[in-house]
Design a protein. Structure first.
Length: 268
């Protein structure tokens, strides 16, 4: 998709007041006649890869392998529903710069961006998943440290094109606000879907300045699937059965996310 097409697509969505969050009013409950090309596009971003192993567990397990394995399983699970299109920023063990991951989502016209990571915390007794959205101010010192670990380089969002600078400015502002709502909605849906099934950190809804979440046009959440520094979490993250269950819970969360907009209601 060219930059101009991107701008027009977003403008049309904003004009109808439905998909200011990047959503195109699509929800499973309302899916009537949809061709595969018009299904919502979910961009999965398995963290790290190549020369960047990410966090390393005490016994040497690399985060990059767990994020990729989970991403591939999640892609299969999402595609099996026939409700989504799915693309991935990487499908094998290769290094992708953070800015290229964001660009891939923008160019593909993704409706949702989900980054997959594993925590590496200073306290080994801490365990559980957590859900990050973008904020210039970290929710706590721990969140700030995690963002520092995950970030490499900063990247600005793609500018809107095909409209006057004044209109572009207004749209960009609306888009940023709507995208924040969408990102927070997905993070909350993930928390609700995981609750009681997958361990959560004591305060799992967090925010920090993650580079891969900085596209102002795509609702984005970064999922820390568990802590590699905790032996119980590490054992679960290494288990294909656990990853399959996690993929099912993420799929449920994504279903919930799109269902929020089925009646034109924007969830907070
Ligand atoms: Zn990571």
């Amino acid at each position: 998709m060219c930059v101009n097409c991107f701008g027009r697509r977003r403008f049309a969505q904003l004009a109808f007041g439905l998909a200011a969050t990047g959503l195109s009013g699509v929800a499973p409950a309302r899916a009537t006649i949809r061709t595969p090309e018009t299904l919502p596009l979910v961009m999965l971003d398995p963290g790290h890869g190549g020369h960047d192993p990410g966090a390393i567990a005490p016994d040497g397990v690399y985060e990059k392998h767990i994020t990729l394995a989970t991403g591939l399983t999640l892609r299969t699970t999402l595609l099996a529903t026939k409700r989504y299109r799915v693309q991935m920023t990487r499908t094998h063990d290769v290094f992708i710069p953070l800015e290229d991951r964001v660009t891939a989502a923008v160019q593909a016209g993704a409706d949702l961006f989900l980054a997959l990571h594993c925590d590496h915390l200073p306290e080994p007794s801490l365990r559980g998943a957590s859900f990050f959205t973008l904020s210039n101010t970290a929710s706590d010192d721990l969140a700030a440290g995690i963002a520092d670990d995950e970030n490499g380089t900063g990247v600005a969002g793609a500018p809107l094109a095909g409209v006057s600078p004044q209109v572009a400015s207004i749209l960009a502002s609306l888009e940023t606000r709507a995208t924040k709502v969408g990102s927070a909605t997905l993070a909350q849906d993930l928390k609700n879907s995981f609750k009681g099934v997958i361990p959560l950190l004591p305060d799992p809804r967090r925010s920090a300045n993650f580079a891969v979440l900085r596209d102002p046009s795509t609702p984005s959440t970064l999922l820390e699937m568990g802590c590699l520094t905790n032996p119980l979490d590490e054992k679960r993250l290494r288990s294909p059965m656990h990853r399959k269950m996690m993929a099912a819970k993420i799929t449920t969360a994504i279903d919930m996310y799109f269902a929020h907009f089925a009646g034109g209601r924007m969830a907070g």
